[in-house]
Design a protein around this ligand. Structure first.
Ligand SMILES: [Ca+2]
Length: 395
């Protein structure tokens, strides 16, 4: 094992860098949770439509952002022979003047303790790994690490120390010059980070904190649920059967018993049957009316969760344009958590929006609406407890 001190990048003066090139085994630090919900590129989704149907290997890695410039190519080949683990990995190729970029973020920086980044890569050429401070309008490069790729799989490890001002950061990997790289099993963490367990790999269970749990294996009881229009069970759920809502469908039940406006979690799997940028407001779970709550995709493709009173917004956590490139027919996991300290929204296990000290509803309207037209729902659970929380810096 050899460790190389990287001294050539020191942007803000508050970061120190160590690049450790490790041959063989992973350093056996205390087991830590990975902040990445899709570290091994196994979760993919279809890219926006093109003239020719996209090849399966051109599906995009979920929760990651991919940029291809000047002839560079990104692929997630469905081929265990190319992966370091699992079925898939990320494969990118760039000509001399092209760049392929992979990003994950922004991730909240709850305190000043150092973060660890590990990744496996092989191929030819050079990668540049970087830590960017995620500012509201841009990324501010804080630190970077050159990564010299070799023909055989090799583990690379970086560490960085966020300064006192950094509130959120984005990890980036980019090709440098002509390169062909396979990448897999990325790990990003800090000491004390605990696993969210999202997205769930099996159906969730009902417990003492559960107000409503709908696996949709049986038809909804019409004594407790208002059903209108085309509402049916389909066999092609995320787990077993799912609830399919047609164009004129409306499903609702009592909000009083099934949501606690003081604190809680709404989580479900949802498959939209139209693209994310269809310009239609589509609530996943909502309390309609002036004293409202909504977990929704809006007409601008924003994904958000929040409360309103007298039709005015009390508080919300929203990721702008997050559904812009969503293709129809994909099961996605959605979760929103709230209490007096924090609203958080997670999609496929990624924290996409949060708001401090939210104003919560004192009393919600009477009706809880489940889903909306042209979507399928599965394994919906509403709880009176915050089940998922990623630490964020104080306001
Ligand atoms: Ca993999």
């Amino acid at each position: 094992m050899k460790a190389v001190l990287d001294t050539n990048v020191f942007v803000s003066g508050v970061f120190s860098a160590v690049v450790a090139f490790m041959l063989g085994g992973v350093s056996s630090a205390l087991a830590q949770a990975n902040i990445l919900p899709n570290p091994s590129f196994e979760l993919v989704e279809p890219p926006p439509p093109t003239a020719a149907p996209p090849a399966p290997e051109s599906w995009l890695p979920r929760t990651w952002n991919v940029v291809q410039q000047h002839g560079a190519l990104w692929r997630c080949p469905d081929d265990p022979g190319q992966a370091h683990s699992g079925r898939r990995c990320a494969h990118f190729r760039s000509p001399l003047h092209g760049t392929a970029i992979l990003r994950y973020g922004p991730m909240p920086v709850p305190n000043e303790q150092p973060w660890t980044v590990k990744l496996w890569a092989r191929g030819k050429g050079q990668l540049l790994a970087a830590a960017n401070e995620a500012l509201p309008d841009r990324l501010n490069r804080l630190q970077e690490w050159p990564v010299a790729i070799e023909e055989r799989w090799k583990l690379f490890e970086f560490q960085f120390q966020p300064g006192p001002k950094c509130r959120q950061w984005t990890f980036e990997l980019a090709t440098r010059g002509e390169a062909e790289v396979w990448l897999d099993d990325v790990f990003i963490s800090y000491s004390g980070l605990t696993s969210l367990g999202l997205p769930p790999d099996k159906p969730v269970a009902k417990d003492e904190h559960t107000l409503l749990h709908l696996p949709f294996e049986e038809p909804l009881n019409e004594d407790a649920f208002f059903l209108k229009g085309q509402v049916r069970l389909t066999d092609e759920g995320r787990f077993g059967k799912a609830l399919a809502l047609g164009a004129d469908a409306y499903v609702a039940c009592s909000a009083n018993e099934n949501v606690d406006p003081r604190l809680g979690t709404v989580e479900l799997w949802c498959k939209l049957l139209s693209p994310g940028n269809d310009r239609v407001y589509r609530p996943f779970v909502s309390v309609p009316g002036p004293e409202g709550m909504a977990f929704r995709k809006d007409q601008y493709s924003h994904i958000g969760f929040g409360f309103s009173s007298g039709w005015r917004s009390l508080s919300h956590a929203t990721a702008m344009g997050y559904a812009d490139f969503w293709q129809p027919g994909v099961w996605r996991h959605l979760a929103a958590c709230w209490d007096k300290d924090l609203l958080q929204v997670f999609v496929d296990g990624k924290l996409i929006a949060w708001t401090y000290n939210p104003m919560l509803s004192k009393a919600l309207g009477p009706e809880l609406r489940l889903g909306a037209a042209a979507m399928e729902l599965d394994d919906l659970r509403i709880s009176t407890v915050v089940r998922y929380r990623l630490p964020v810096p104080p306001p």
